[in-house]
Design a protein around this ligand. Sequence first.
Ligand code: APR
Length: 247
Amino acid sequence: MREDAHTELKGRIAAARSLFVLTGAGMSAESGIATFRDAMTGLWSHFDPAQLASEQGFRADPARVWDWYAERRAGVRAAQPNAGHLALGAFARRRPGVLTLVSQNVDDLHQRAGNTDTIRLHGDIQHDQWLDRCARTPACAASEAQPGRPPQCARCGNLVRPGVVWFGEMLPPDAVAAAERAARGCDVALIVGTSGAVWPAAGLASLARRHGVWVAIVNPSTSEIDEDAQVVLRGTAAQVLPPLLAP
Ligand code: APR
């Protein structure tokens, strides 16, 4: 990594009134949570996202999808925030109101590192929700579903699904609006650990760039959005973020 690029970016972050950070699965890789598209180790090189990360996949085989998410949930619970997560948590404590953190990740490692206001674009893997909208009033509570693979409502038969955004589903509009507002209005945008393969999250870097924001990418490999950045730091989240965000 070019020292001058690091030094210039560090100076810009230190002077920034507002810092936007978007993270992807690479942010949690050093915590032992698999990414999706890394060759060999990525989840999508072992599993078919259409079968395991889509509504029709869940409806076709609810137990299989439920079991896969149960395994990923256990992995998240066993994981710890890495030095990159901790650096972002420390930055938010040291400079309140400057950082807007947006994540594509469904783990809770940013929150456990102290960034409790992280904007979640793709939901929360630890959260349960109904598969279908409950037509009863008052609506049945997913938390009261009967245990099972997946849990099911004893009253109306509705199934419980993980509270994540599956392929083909809309992202939470408020989260997208807040992320776009922050990306447009910040001084510096730091894009960490994402392949830039999935929209609309991937569009946040170019949105920031079009609004005159200084955009930097942190990624050990090339990504689909490298050309949206003024600078690319070739390194990992846990290696690059601590010195970059330190006072
Ligand atoms: N530090 C930083 N970046 C890393 C690290 C690391 N230690 N290890 C891997 N990376 C990079 C990879 O080079 C890759 O560019 O992280 C990126 C991970 O890319 P993906 O696996 O595609 O993950 P992501 O970009 O978050 O995927 C977006 O796709 O499948 C959906 O919903 C899922 O939120 C996910 C979305």
